[in-house]
Design a protein around this ligand. Structure first.
Ligand SMILES: *[C@@H]1O[C@H](CO)[C@@H](O)[C@H](O)[C@H]1NC(C)=O
Ligand SMILES: *[C@@H]1O[C@H](CO)[C@@H](O)[C@H](O)[C@H]1NC(C)=O
Ligand SMILES: *[C@@H]1O[C@H](CO)[C@@H](O)[C@H](O)[C@H]1NC(C)=O
Ligand SMILES: *[C@@H]1O[C@H](CO)[C@@H](O)[C@H](O)[C@H]1NC(C)=O
Length: 409
């Protein structure tokens, strides 16, 4: 009898506890104003323009975070090779940049190459659907299919460990509010999708989403729930020559058409951070803006301006061109200039072993449509799509696109 009562009491307690939890769904906790005494590193940081770790000005290594969005192809890969390879940070490690990869037309053996060269590979969707309303209203499971599944897709066809894919960016910077953050925060460590104009100078530092963000919401909907430990890397607006704000370089008008114009755009916006509080600067652009036909010299001019800027940075001992995942590691353990040479996450990562030795060009067709996909592993039987990211079961997943019809050289 006594045992039965204890058992019943236990059941009652268990019931109350579970009941409470189900009422307070952790996915829908509104974010409160940030509490500095409860939010501190390494796992929490309020959104703020104050540098972390009590570091000031010249003691802070300036982080430059170049990002490129879109497919990695045989057309743009030589550009990345030419511009970013053979350059080193002051600690001797190769510089690295962040690639937000989309699936369609991506050559996965080239993704492997960029990863093996030390670059940061991040997710940017399987479909890259051009319809903004699609992203604005996408469901939680839709975001998982587009972005979380894409992580497995990149990892598999690009032969790189999933653990290297730590971040994501919303396509076209069109975020999906709490829904997107709910889907992303459990699977990724960081996102970088949200531009800021109000906190341009002094620049807004990266922050976690435990508490309400102070950041302006330029492309709604933005989230307002709490997502503990999930980092946001704000995209500080650039200002063009006539002081118009731009979220990505291509939007900066007047559009630079000369080497000097390109160099000056990069240099002035860099100095806005470097000569002040040194907030990490995300520089977001696309390879297509630098690669054009010979009768349009402005593309080559922009590329020369970019190279000149990188040459200039190479002469500065306190500027680091790194991937966002490396910057996130720094945010958790802010390290001043005197110790930066030995800061492990910024050293060369010798675990990135090249293993895409026999890439295959897999050819798919359904009769009216054809696609060739380069893969580091044997060709999947079906062309990988949304809902069938690994290309394993066309009929089951409603994948009526391509069936494997062979390999080409
Ligand atoms: C802030 O956090 C501290 C430490 O956890 C707590 O004691 C305090 O009540 C919090 N303040 C508010 C306004 O929530
Ligand atoms: C949170 O954001 C959603 C839209 O993303 C909005 O409908 C809702 O009113 C916001 N909640 C608060 C408390 O501001
Ligand atoms: C992908 O890149 C590799 C390495 O450069 C190349 O051999 C292959 O032909 C490319 N595949 C396609 C489909 O462009
Ligand atoms: C082949 O795939 C394309 C692209 O998804 C689709 O539009 C078309 O309807 C498909 N054709 C057949 C015969 O299944």
């Amino acid at each position: 009898m006594g045992q039965l009562i204890i058992l019943m009491t236990l059941c009652a307690i268990t019931f109350r506890v579970t009941h409470q939890f189900s009422q307070v769904d952790p996915k829908f906790v509104p974010a409160l104003p940030c509490n500095l005494s409860a939010c501190y590193l390494p796992d929490c940081r309020c959104s703020s323009d104050i540098p972390p770790g009590n570091l000031v000005g010249p003691n802070i290594p300036q982080m430059l975070l170049f990002t490129f969005d879109g497919a990695i192809t045989s057309t743009n890969h030589p550009f990345f090779d030419q511009v970013f390879n053979d350059r080193r940070n002051p600690n001797g490690a190769p510089i690295s940049v962040t690639f937000f990869v989309t699936h369609e037309f991506t050559n996965y053996s080239l993704v492997h190459d960029l990863w093996a060269s030390g670059h940061d590979i991040a997710a940017h969707s399987i479909t890259y659907n051009r319809n903004m309303a699609y992203w604005r209203t996408l469901s939680e499971s839709g975001w998982r299919s587009e972005i979380v599944d894409q992580r497995d897709q990149i990892s598999r066809f690009g032969s790189l460990p999933t653990s290297y894919i730590k971040g994501m960016r919303a396509p076209y910077l069109q975020m999906g509010g709490n829904t997107m953050f709910t889907a992303m925060s459990g699977s990724f460590e960081w996102e970088s999708s949200r531009p800021t104009f109000n906190q341009r100078v002094p620049g807004l530092w990266p922050y976690t989403n435990d508490y309400a963000s102070t950041q302006d919401c330029l492309i709604p909907p933005c989230h307002n729930d709490s997502f503990p430990g999930f980092w946001s890397f704000p995209m500080i607006n650039f200002l063009s020559e006539d002081l118009t704000p731009c979220n990505v370089l291509e939007e900066c008008v007047p559009i630079p058409r000369t080497m000097a114009g390109m160099y000056n755009l990069l240099l002035t916006n860099f100095n806005d951070q470097y000569q002040r509080t040194r907030a990490p600067l995300v520089i977001s652009t696309h390879a297509a803006w630098f690669l054009g036909p010979p009768d349009r010299p402005e593309y080559a001019q922009r590329m020369s301006g970019l190279m000149q800027f990188l040459d200039y940075l190479g002469a500065l001992s306190d500027v680091y061109v790194i991937g966002i995942s490396q910057a996130r590691a720094w945010m958790q353990t802010p390290t001043g200039m005197p110790d930066i040479d030995t800061f492990v996450p910024w050293r060369e990562d010798t675990n990135r072993v090249r293993s895409c030795v026999f890439p295959r060009n897999c050819r798919y067709s359904n009769g009216t449509w054809e696609r060739i996909m380069s893969s580091c592993i044997p060709c999947p039987l079906y062309y990988p799509t949304l809902h069938d990211p690994l290309g394993i079961g066309a009929r089951y997943f409603g994948n009526d696109e391509g069936q494997l019809i062979g390999l080409i050289d």
